[in-house]
Design a protein around this ligand. Structure first.
Ligand SMILES: [Zn+2]
Length: 176
């Protein structure tokens, strides 16, 4: 259930300051699915939580230098067991999509919700993640009726050539 402040009651809440307001009178109508692992292929959640809350020590791993001072967030993160974390209220604009276009509309962050799955372009996602994701998408669709089934897309669909996630191992039939 989404509460009146836009937080999912079933999620563990980890508030991020990486958000701002959606433009006035914007209907939320899109869900963007991502994959993330930090460093790449590490499927623990700690570094991701730190990244989304600006607590990641960018000197603690060689790879982190490539993302130094990156300020990003997502509304939701699903770990490998399907546990849901929420960083930004669904009413606010999280910073997950970057330069992007959906149906000729730019800046998808304005009108979308971001869901990150811990994983990568080289590995299958877990059954727990699909179960949890399917439930989450249905919950969000009932809350925001403008999110039609065709409005659940991958990051690579709205930023082709720039982004590849959720990647070839993401099985769309498991959430339809
Ligand atoms: Zn992405």
């Amino acid at each position: 259930m989404i509460n009146k402040n836009g937080w999912l009651t079933e999620a563990e809440i980890i508030p991020s300051s990486n958000f701002d307001q959606r433009p006035e009178n914007t209907e939320v109508k899109l869900i963007v699915i991502h994959n993330i692992s930090l460093p790449p292929e590490n499927f623990e959640s700690e570094n991701i939580k730190k990244l989304f809350t600006n607590q990641l020590d960018f000197d603690s791993h060689e790879y982190f230098k490539e993302i130094k001072d990156l300020k990003v967030s997502s509304h939701f993160l699903l770990d490998r067991r399907g546990k849901i974390f929420q960083f930004v209220s669904v009413f606010e604009r999280a910073w997950h999509a970057g330069i992007s276009t959906f149906n000729n509309e730019e800046n998808c962050n304005d009108f979308s919700l971001g869901i990150e799955l811990i994983g990568s372009d080289t590995t299958k996602f877990s059954k727990d993640q699909y179960d949890s994701l399917k439930w989450l998408i249905n919950t969000l669709k009932s809350f925001f009726p403008e999110i039609k089934s065709s409005n659940v897309v991958g990051h690579s669909d709205i930023a082709p050539g720039r982004k590849t996630d959720p990647g070839p191992f993401f099985d769309w039939t498991k959430i339809s």
